[in-house]
Design a protein around this ligand. Structure first.
Ligand code: NAD
Ligand code: UGA
Length: 332
């Protein structure tokens, strides 16, 4: 299979790329190494990809000529985008619209020319906002609470309507708060574990009683692989989550337990755009693909902590790569 992974240098994209390479597929990554967080971390993610059959195209999806990249492609895993709920206000909204909506529309247009191509889109639990019911299934009315969620929902609608109008084989997966090695540095677990390692203060937005259905990154990769190769109905949407329901305060207790350290915690105001609870119903993806989450919170958090410890020799930025250069085997 020839697979294209957009956002291959990112947190989830680099794990998926490694999995596809290991499974023997030909993989082309597209990533612009955006500076939302330190691009050197993304270069490091890429440098950890091992095995044959991977090429990286460093390009911006809003501008690049995608025709030659998509030719002969069986599946595009579309993970590139501007993530982050709390940063999506104000002037940065332009970037969210460009990276999430415009980029997706350009990709879908280009995909129309490629016979038999499938697009698997990385959507988000943020489309639900504070949901009408829990556990939330895919038929609940999406009502995002953040500008980020609006752009993720808009792109999901684009995927659905290209399926409805042109029969393009698109599938959207709504990921619920993903964690594990290489997690983006703006997200909770990575921040909490790094602060615990360094004995610095953890800042919790709100009371810490907000609840998330956290998902280990390996389970996300399994779901992507299953949906990339299984039977699909164009335009469908599936929840993908870890299956738990944990407050941030419970996570902090677990961190104390797993790390055998005492986190220092300060509580501050609720962050704008944050929802109070997520909890997915994953019956649809289980029924259709036999996928189920396998890694519980304690196991996943332990793996994440072990990774943070393994990175401790690369303080803060892990920036041991030359500043502007990609590893030679990845230059295109
Ligand atoms: P990430 O920021 O680590 O990865 C995204 C990658 O996309 C980055 O490497 C970035 O450089 C690249 N990119 C951004 N704009 C681009 C553009 N215009 N052209 C080419 N490349 C571009 O984020 P992540 O956490 O790995 O998330 C991956 C995807 O999954 C995103 O679409 C995000 O919205 C979605 N998602 C993530 C989570 C989560 O908890 N991490 C949950 C739900 C959905
Ligand atoms: C995450 C990702 O950041 C989004 O890209 C993704 O789309 C979304 O999941 C999703 O599931 O759709 P979020 O749930 O906010 O968003 O994930 P975290 O950044 O890990 O935050 C989890 C909770 O911890 C939030 O309530 C947040 O306010 C809180 N938090 C985060 C803190 O209290 N302190 C921090 O330093 C960071």
């Amino acid at each position: 299979m020839r697979a294209v992974v957009t956002g291959a240098a990112g947190f989830i994209g680099s794990h998926l790329t490694q999995r596809l390479i290991s499974d023997g597929h030909e993989v082309v990554g597209i990533d612009n190494l955006s500076d939302y967080y330190d691009p050197r971390l993304k270069k490091r993610n890429l440098s950890e990809l091992v095995g044959k059959g991977f090429t990286l195209v460093r390009a911006d999806l809003t501008q690049a000529d995608l025709s030659s990249v998509l030719d002969g492609t069986d599946v595009v895993y579309h993970l590139a985008g501007q993530p982050g709920v709390r940063a999506s206000w104000g002037e940065s909204f332009d970037e969210y619209v460009n990276a999430n909506v415009i980029a997706t529309q350009r990709l879908l247009e280009e995909a129309l020319r490629v016979r038999g191509i499938r697009i698997v889109y990385a959507s988000s639990s943020s489309v639900y906002g504070d949901a009408e019911s829990y556990p939330t299934n895919e038929n609940v009315l999406p009502r995002p609470r953040s500008p980020y969620g609006v752009t993720k929902l808009a792109a999901e609608h684009l995927c659905r309507l290209y399926a409805a109008n042109f029969g393009l084989e698109t599938v959207s997966l709504r990921f619920f708060t993903v964690y594990g090695p290489r997690q983006r540095p703006d997200m909770a677990f990575g921040r909490f574990l790094q602060a615990t390692l360094e004995d610095t203060e953890i800042v919790v937005y709100g009371s810490g009683e907000q609840i998330r259905d956290f998902t280990y990154v390996g389970d996300i990769v399994d779901a992507l692989a299953a949906v990339g190769s299984g039977e699909v109905t164009p335009g469908t949407v599936y929840n993908v989550s870890g299956g738990g329901s944990h407050s941030i305060n419970e996570v902090l207790e677990l961190i104390a337990d797993v790390t055998e350290r005492t986190p220092r915690v300060r509580y501050t105001d609720v962050a704008r755009g944050d929802v109070s609870r997520t909890k997915a119903d994953v019956t649809s993806i289980t029924t259709q693909f036999g996928w189920m989450p396998r890694i519980g919170l304690r196991e996943g958090l332990t793996r994440h902590w072990e990774w943070v410890l393994s990175q401790a020799g690369h303080p803060r930025s892990r920036a041991d790569l030359p500043s502007e250069e990609l590893p030679p085997h990845l230059r295109t």
